[in-house]
Ligand binder design. Structure first.
Ligand code: HAM
Length: 407
């Protein structure tokens, strides 16, 4: 019989108990901080046309090439579960003609993403991201602002990280850099790993973040993009570093940080934690000034990031005082109707643990402690007549009987 039990799919997890508490806690505060930074919430469909990701994330990327949950639906449409959030948000931006309105647009989102990867600690096939995208701002101050917003989120949750920073240049300096890199690799081509042999033809710069030791050693003396930026990209990159320095945000320049998605230009960054094992990236992002136009919209500069929620939850400790809970109970069943009514009013702004079974004072106190409540409220004899309720503050042991109205 047990063989027939249906399990969740490999690399997919239920989020329950402590994890679900942490999950909502994270979404609540990350959303609050995002809205303080001027972002509003957007929700896009989980299922999109496959071509959206082929055109944005890139045909030669691992995400599109190897990891898509792709199928033909009943209407013969080629669709897939989103592997990331940016492409859908850009599609929505263009579809809603926001590119034509020419206004700055700032959105945050959260939800499931799907990548058919080899599952391991910190790497799932269905995982969750909290992301944000900004459209219409080309100023490098916005690059700094996005990094500061991530810092505000991580600082709130007390998360330690290392920020890796790079610039991938633009359509004027990147092609030239690729020629230099190709030249550097020309004598070692055969020594590159199998994947990099392919990358050298389809997406040369992805060789830079190959984890294979031989490839890494072949790249030791390779030219770096940060030393090959055109003057405009160079000025912006220097300015970004200056702003971060001014704000005491430390970073490490990693000129091999090319990221696994093809849409980036100029600033790219990753936040890394050394407390969660090999899958150490807790957030990543960068500028993608060409993507809106590439997907058929009007030329619009854009930048964004996404946080991997599962990886982050490993690092969060809840700061909120759990003890803002009220425990409510009755000494006799006849008070239950009134108690339920009061509790429902109270619940519009406070967490209430409601006990339906009539019990003695002592038993109620034990249950209130178990529920981690800070206040206990009991309805007992005489209360209905006088319209009062007994209250005790469990932190300082103050007790009183007050009017139900005042409660
Ligand atoms: P990404 O670096 O592919 O960027 O993903 C962002 C974060 O999602 C990663 O840093 C990691 O924490 C988490 N993540 C990725 N794959 C997995 C997985 N298989 N299991 C668990 N967590 C994972 C993007 O997705 C871009 N859309 C970010 C962006 C937004 N760039 C500009 N705007």
């Amino acid at each position: 019989m047990s063989d027939n039990k249906i399990q969740s799919l490999r690399g997919m997890k239920d989020i329950v108990d402590d994890d679900s508490v942490l999950y909502s806690y994270f979404i609540k505060h990350a959303s609050r901080i995002s809205s303080n930074y001027g972002f509003s919430y957007i929700q896009t469909p989980i299922l999109e046309e496959t071509s959206l990701f082929k055109r944005s994330v890139g045909n030669s990327s691992d995400i599109v090439n190897k990891e898509m949950y792709q199928f033909i639906d009943k209407g013969s449409n080629d669709v897939c579960l989103r592997p990331e959030g940016t492409a859908g948000v850009v599609r929505a931006f263009i579809q809603d003609k926001k590119d034509r309105a020419g206004k700055v647009c700032k959105w945050y989102y959260h939800g499931s993403m799907f990548r058919y990867e080899r599952p391991q600690k910190g790497r799932l096939r269905q995982f969750h991201q909290f992301g944000a995208e900004v459209f219409g701002l080309s100023s490098v101050y916005e690059d700094a602002n996005i990094i500061m917003m991530l810092k505000s989120i991580f600082d709130f949750f007390g998360i330690k990280y290392t920020l890796l920073l790079n610039s991938l240049g633009c359509s004027s300096c990147m092609p030239e850099y690729k020629i230099n890199l190709k030249y550097h690799l020309k004598d070692f081509k055969d020594k590159l790993c199998e994947d990099c042999q392919i990358r050298s033809k389809t997406n040369l710069i992805r060789i830079l973040d190959c984890k294979n030791d031989t490839c890494k050693s072949l790249l030791k003396d390779a030219p770096t993009i940060t030393n090959n930026l055109c003057s405009s990209c160079d000025v912006d990159f220097k300015k970004l570093k200056e702003i971060l320095d001014f704000n005491n945000i430390s970073y490490k320049i990693d000129s091999n940080l090319v990221r696994g998605l093809d849409y980036y230009s100029k600033t790219t960054f990753e936040f890394i934690s050394n407390e969660i094992g090999a899958q150490s990236a807790i957030a990543g992002g960068g500028r993608y000034d060409k993507l809106v136009e590439f997907l058929g919209g009007r030329q619009t500069p854009a930048i964004g990031f996404a946080i991997g929620i599962e990886r982050l939850l490993e690092l969060i400790k809840i700061k909120e005082n759990k003890k803002d809970t009220i425990y409510m109970g009755v000494l006799d069943e006849i008070f239950l109707n009134t108690l339920v009514k009061i509790a429902s009013k109270k619940r519009s702004n406070t967490k209430v643990v409601l006990e339906y079974i009539p019990r003695t004072h002592n038993k109620h106190f034990k249950l209130a402690q178990k529920a981690n409540a800070s206040i206990i409220a009991l309805l007992g004899s005489n209360d209905l007549e006088k319209q009062t309720i007994y209250i005790k503050n469990l932190s300082n042991n103050e007790e009183k009987t007050i009017n139900i109205e005042d409660f």
